[in-house]
Design a protein around this ligand. Structure first.
Ligand SMILES: Nc1ncnc2c1ncn2[C@@H]1O[C@H](COP(=O)(O)OP(=O)(O)OP(=O)(O)O)[C@@H](O)[C@H]1O
Ligand SMILES: O=C(O)[C@H](O)[C@@H](O)[C@H](O)[C@H](O)CO
Length: 189
């Protein structure tokens, strides 16, 4: 089965794009925000950036959920996944990455395809300031950009600029997925 991870800083549109994409494809949608501990959410709401120690158990838990889900369903995951380490934990699990040893049988049958929703801090800040009822303050945006490590090979990815409207972004992801055939995973089979 296939895992598509919609990643990027807070306010880049991961939840909006990810849920619409999953809906269009008929795939299962997970939002990583729903799996943060209360401690992590309180910290962010107070304007304190999360550390590796805060994020690693959260990503390890997401890895387990996704791995289980991938046995029967294609998944779209919205997750900040800012650092390469975090993306490796999502893919391979916490213990294998922290022990520097990736066990082949722990890699999901199709490794993730990442979609980075990229944009200027000014544009994303404006969107965050307009967004209502969310725990994440726009004051944390600079730390999100400082933490972000760009995707690079051998990661499989596309980068999409969030100046585009949501439906164009979703269509671009869909057409990329149709054209791609990464690893042994057969898309839309
Ligand atoms: N391409 C877009 N064009 C215009 N507005 C957008 C676009 N993408 C998202 N938005 C708006 O920007 C705001 C942030 O989007 P969203 O909540 O999906 O981001 P997010 O990356 O999931 O954020 P977080 O990580 O903080 O949960 C929302 O109000 C959403 O409606
Ligand atoms: O890694 C992180 O710092 C977090 O995932 C944040 O990105 C928040 O979860 C999200 O942005 C809040 O909405």
């Amino acid at each position: 089965m296939v895992l598509v991870v919609i990643m990027g800083v807070s306010g880049s549109g991961k939840s909006t794009v990810g849920s619409l994409l999953a809906n269009k494809l008929g795939w299962r949608f997970y939002d990583a925000d729903d799996y943060h501990s209360d401690g992590n959410k309180t910290k962010m709401a107070k304007g304190i950036p999360l550390t590796d120690q805060d994020r690693i158990p959260w990503l390890g838990e997401l890895h387990k959920i996704i791995r289980e889900g991938l046995s029967s369903e294609n998944i779209v995951l919205a997750c900040s996944a800012l650092k390469r380490l975090y993306r490796n934990i999502l893919t391979n699990g916490e213990s294998s990455v922290l022990s520097q040893e990736v066990k082949k049988d722990e890699i999901p049958s199709s490794y993730p395809f990442f979609v980075h929703l990229d944009g200027s801090i000014e544009l994303i800040c404006q969107r965050l300031e307009k967004r209502k009822g969310h725990f994440m303050p726009s004051t944390l945006l600079k730390s999100q950009f400082d933490t972000l490590e760009p995707l690079s090979a051998p990661e499989h990815f596309i980068i999409i600029n969030v100046e585009k409207n949501v439906s164009d972004i979703v269509s671009e992801i869909e057409s990329t997925l149709v054209k791609s055939n990464f690893g042994s995973g057969s898309l839309f089979s």
